[in-house]
Design a protein around this ligand. Structure first.
Ligand SMILES: O=c1ccn([C@@H]2O[C@H](COP(=O)(O)O)[C@@H](O)[C@H]2O)c(=O)[nH]1
Length: 281
């Protein structure tokens, strides 16, 4: 029986520090690395990132969109990278941000969270904006298979407030409601629940303003926005406060820009992990 994702992530962050390296094969990065913008370029890019950081960081996060834009050949590369990442023992968070009505969500859960599925990593990013309950099939399968979810809560983009800061009839913000639902699923779990949230490192004091109690979530907090989107150590410390021990900082372009040299990528990831660790300790 696989240990729960939250426990596996806590152990990985304890061993390697609180950094997740995003595998985002942007066309511009492929070009800068001297690779073609096709499936073979994607494959070289992603395998190089794994070579550089697997076994050295807590997690990697392939961004599905950059693979899907190449159709079935790109999805086949994503499958290969998910398998290769898992073989190294480094946790794989598939960033596909799925969300749909419950019956269709069951199919997404099968694709990304079921044992034996070629797209199943250790965790999946999901969108709760069809209602948190629409995620039930993914929650059930994640928890029963030792996997995890990262539910979008306070996203790093500037438009996120339009939905996430809105208040429902009872005056509670949408973001706070999503966080409370995740907290209920993680109640009494130690050391960390498996239903995490996405909270951008760029959101400033949004958690306070929206009434999101990050520490009470008792689950991991995936924090994109480091590096290319402008956040750094100061922002990490400011945004997460008392919840800093739950944070998995995520950087894609900030690390990937150091490639294609494996040693340079490794050094960039090491530096990002050290900075995140110092900011969050
Ligand atoms: O709120 C969110 C949720 C997800 N992301 C994803 O993280 C990476 C960020 O890449 P950088 O190059 O480090 O900016 C990317 O895959 C996004 O889709 C996010 O940025 N914000």
């Amino acid at each position: 029986m696989t240990a729960p994702f939250g426990a596996r992530l806590a152990a990985a962050m304890g061993s390697h520090g609180p950094l997740c390296v995003g595998i985002d094969p942007h066309p511009s990065l492929l070009g800068a690395w001297g690779l073609a913008d096709d499936a073979s370029g994607l494959r070289s890019f992603a395998l190089t990132v794994l070579d550089a950081v697997a076994g050295r960081v807590a997690a990697v996060k392939p961004q599905a969109a950059f693979f899907e834009r190449h159709g079935s050949a790109g999805v086949a590369v994503l499958e290969e990278i998910v398998a290769a990442g898992r073989d190294t023992g480094t946790l794989v968070i598939v960033d596909a941000k799925r969300g749909d009505i419950g019956s269709t969500m069951g199919a997404y859960a099968d694709a990304f969270l079921r044992d034996g599925s070629p797209l199943a990593g250790d965790a999946l990013t999901v969108s709760p904006y069809l209602g948190f309950g629409s995620l039930d099939p993914a929650v059930d399968l994640a928890l029963s298979s030792g996997r995890g979810l990262f539910v979008l809560c306070l996203t790093s983009n500037k438009e996120g407030h339009e939905v996430q800061h809105a208040r429902t009839d009872d005056g509670v913000t949408v973001a706070a409601r999503m966080a409370a639902r995740a907290a209920a699923l993680n109640a009494d779990v130690a050391p960390l629940g498996s239903i995490g949230l996405v909270v951008g490192a760029t959101v400033g004091d949004a958690a306070d303003r929206t009434g999101v109690d990050l520490a009470a979530v008792n689950g991991p907090l995936l924090a994109p926005g480091i590096g290319a989107q402008g956040a750094g150590a100061r922002e990490l410390a400011q945004v997460f406060g008392a919840a800093r021990g739950q944070v998995l900082a995520s950087s894609s372009r900030g690390v990937l820009a150091a490639g294609p040299d494996v040693g340079a990528l490794r050094a960039a990831a090491r530096q990002a992990a050290q900075e995140a660790s110092a900011a969050l300790s």
